[in-house]
Ligand binder design. Structure first.
Ligand SMILES: [Zn+2]
Length: 298
């Protein structure tokens, strides 16, 4: 090829890369916007919760795949006048483009898999525990069921692989209207005691005790952390109340602490020293305050 042909090739290459950068970035933005549009189109907070829980991390990963590709093509626009085919620099640049794209896609997927669930969890808790409104427009309260109780779907009970369900029972105390929201326990990520990430999920559940009529009484949930592979098993009672049963329960207004993530207590002494304490539940904080002695710890 003569110089003129090489120049034409370099121009075509750079124009092609520019189109690719714009296209990839546009696709990334479209996926991001469509995802958020879909979230806003979900009617209830429960539906929003399930949608975010299922799709947010998946969609963000896809966004970063296209951003990574955009960066890869962008790198291949570097040195328009200096780097030309068939020089070695041309291939080195392609190599850097591929490496750059791979690195962005890889690192973003690590962040989204391990660090980001903490942020999603906060969002999910907000959606799950935000006060619901009854059909008459009244404010509903969340009934606090025993934390150790789970439910099973009928039919599911006979199967080998069971996955239990958490019931959130919302009640309008004026009209006694009941709203039950079912959450698939194995799809909810919990915080790992070992690494602190919200990457602990149920791997398997097994029935360990049955009632006389053969229905499950107690189950054992086996959890595993996706990050550090730490495992734990927790026993749960199987609650046999059906949706109908909740309609006959007189709602007991309990101060639900289910939606509390953290209780922080700052204690200041009159000499100006200060201590902060953090608790997972209100009860722990109460117990702490009952036994509190600033002189002893300060
Ligand atoms: Zn872990």
């Amino acid at each position: 090829m003569n110089n003129q042909d090489l120049k034409a090739f370099a121009d075509a290459w750079h124009d092609g890369m520019l189109v690719a950068v714009i296209a990839m970035a546009a696709i990334a933005i479209i996926i991001f916007l469509l995802y958020h549009l879909k979230v806003s189109l979900q009617k209830s907070q429960k539906e929003k919760h399930d949608y975010v829980n299922t799709f947010e991390i998946k969609r963000y990963k896809l966004v970063f795949v296209f951003l990574g590709l955009a960066a890869g093509f962008l790198i291949n626009m570097y040195g328009r006048d200096e780097i030309a085919w068939p020089g070695i620099a041309f291939y080195v640049r392609i190599f850097f483009g591929i490496s750059g794209a791979t690195m962005i896609i890889y690192i973003s997927s690590l962040v989204l898999d391990y660090y980001y669930p903490t942020i999603v969890n906060r969002k999910l808790r907000r959606l799950r525990f935000a006060p619901r409104t009854s059909s008459t427009g009244g404010k509903m309260k969340l009934l606090s069921e025993d934390e150790e109780d789970v439910h099973l779907n009928e039919g599911m009970q006979a199967e080998e692989s069971i996955f239990s369900i958490d019931y959130d029972v919302w009640v309008d105390q004026k009209t006694n209207e009941i709203k039950i929201e079912k959450y698939q326990g194995h799809l909810i990520s919990l915080q790992c005691n070992n690494c602190g990430f919200y990457t602990m999920r149920v791997k398997q559940e097994e029935i360990i005790e049955k009632n006389e009529d053969g229905t499950p009484k107690e189950i054992l949930k086996h959890y595993q952390c996706a990050y550090c592979k730490n495992v734990r098993a927790t026993q749960f009672n199987v609650n046999r109340k059906e949706i109908e049963d909740y309609k006959h329960i007189k709602p007991k207004p309990k101060s639900s602490s289910k939606n509390i993530e953290l209780v922080k207590i700052d204690v200041r002494s009159n000499t100006g020293s200060k201590k902060s304490f953090e608790f997972g539940t209100v009860d722990e904080a109460k117990k702490f305050l009952d036994e509190f002695d600033f002189g002893r710890i300060g």
